[in-house]
Design a binder for this molecule. Structure first.
Ligand code: DHB
Ligand code: MG
Length: 222
């Protein structure tokens, strides 16, 4: 039997990506552009991008909010999911990242259905109040602010809104209550909120793969 090593997680993820996601020139071009621009390679893995796309389609989401666009890789997956009549609002704090994301979305043919809002999410989110509720919110930004983002996701959503929160595993550090890394503390705070705040019903899945040991939480606004 194969050993449960990071190398084998990676090989298995590559096999799953090849088998179930396949060759995708638009997404590969987006990744290449993102790398060329010097963005960190912390975007979601292909199988996770496709998971986002499937959750959007399974839930019938037409209005999607993303917190943390980076270079737009996950945004492309979300924008494909909402279809031609849908729209994605994606918040990105770094103007340089937002420019890469904009170019990638346009090149992928989904630019017209995505609005990128440049700024700190904590400042942009209140400006979204008063619009129609979002059907799905993908949170993938600074982990220190997870509780702020979850609160806004509930406020800008409705009963039935789906929330996906990235990076809940943090290489296992998330299980360590004594860990003082602000990203770990923020991740734990977010999970505590998902488990105790009556607005949410949630679970989480650990993942191993291309990105190592991590995971994703999935919640319903009730
Ligand atoms: C980090 C952030 C992410 O969203 C991710 O998927 C992986 C790592 C980080 O900031 O370290
Ligand atoms: Mg992430």
């Amino acid at each position: 039997m194969a050993e449960p090593t990071p190398q084998n997680w990676r090989l298995t993820d590559e096999y799953l990506s090849e088998t179930l996601v396949g060759h995708d020139p638009q997404l590969e071009a987006a990744l290449a552009a993102q790398r060329a621009a010097g963005l960190p390679d912390i975007e979601v893995a292909p199988v996770s991008g496709k998971l986002l796309n499937l959750i959007v389609r399974m839930s019938g989401a037409r209005r999607v909010l993303e917190i943390g666009a980076l270079g737009g890789y996950s945004t492309i997956w979300l924008a494909r999911g909402v279809g031609e009549g849908g729209n994605v609002t994606s918040i990105e704090a770094e103007p340089d990242n937002a420019a890469v994301a904009r170019a990638n979305l346009d090149a992928a043919g989904v630019g017209a259905r995505v609005a990128i809002r440049i700024g700190r999410a904590a400042e942009v989110l209140p400006t979204l109040e008063g619009s129609d509720p979002f059907d799905l919110v993908f949170i993938d930004a600074d982990k220190e602010s997870n509780t702020v983002y979850l609160d806004w996701a509930a406020r800008l959503g409705r009963p039935g809104t789906v929330i996906v929160l990235d990076n809940i595993g943090r290489t296992g550090d998330v299980a360590d209550a004594d860990n003082t890394d602000p990203m770990v503390v923020g991740t734990r705070e977010g999970l505590r909120m998902l488990g105790s705040d009556p607005r949410f019903d949630a679970t989480a899945l650990q993942t191993v793969g291309l990105k190592g040991w991590d995971g994703v939480a999935i919640a319903l606004v009730v």
